[in-house]
Design a protein around this ligand. Sequence first.
Ligand code: COA
Length: 260
Amino acid sequence: MNFKNLLVEKKDTIAIVTVNRPDKLNALNGETLEELRDLFESLQDDNSVNVIIITGAGEKAFVAGADISELNKLDETTAKDFVEKGQSVFDLIENLGKPVIAAVNGFALGGGCELALACHIRIASERAKFGQPEVNLGIIPGYGGTQRLSRLINTGRAIEIILSGDMISAEEALKYGLINRISRHEELLGDAVELAKKICSKGQIAVRSALKAIVATNYLHLNDGLKLESDLFAECCATEDFKEGTSAFLEKRKPNFKNK
Ligand code: COA
């Protein structure tokens, strides 16, 4: 697949996706969003890919938001289509069924922060800055920010970030629980790859089952979530990986998972 605004590199079973509009700080225009949809749909079906990393091109930005030159033309009717399109792409990422790691290398603002929020794990460079500056433009976050930020972090913090429109540093984002950890800028991608490799070394049926159960907490009540967990646990016990993992422990050797 060829993309105008995305770069895709594969390392073993890891796909590294780079949003590549550095002259516009990787702002998400409609074309880039559609490319993200096409790419993630193909990654979802690609059995050779177990973990995806997403980052931004250039030295300054992960993604500096939706493209404001497109936003500026919206009216009440077209706005609905606009946000539903972005929301559906980010839903696809969150519900991909495989882990997606955001390697946040700089500004993650508006739709960029929302893209990171739709990923399952967020690692940030010490230079990263996060924010939902939509109120500065007379709008609100529309690609899931009001919902995902307030579910991920303390509601009061989410309200402060969204209503102030202020940016926060990587350190503040870590303190608030918005990100998992901070890396040295030069080591960010390497650290993300190391984490991805660790996840790839596990049985992927177990990895995907755990992810599915955790993502489901977004929409299931506890009892239904526990039912899903027990169903998925039982399914894992029917796999060759389960026999291999438990036997390897008892035989004091490393497991050799076949993802079957
Ligand atoms: N949409 C469209 N273009 C954007 C953009 C966005 N969200 N963010 C940055 N750009 C463009 C700028 O217009 C500029 O383009 P130009 O060189 O053709 O004029 C280029 O990217 C570089 O940005 P610039 O503002 O010059 O960089 P900076 O280092 O001075 O400031 C930011 C960086 C991130 C603080 C600033 O670009 C910014 O505030 N961007 C908008 C963030 C935002 O509101 N996002 C939410 C949108 S819903």
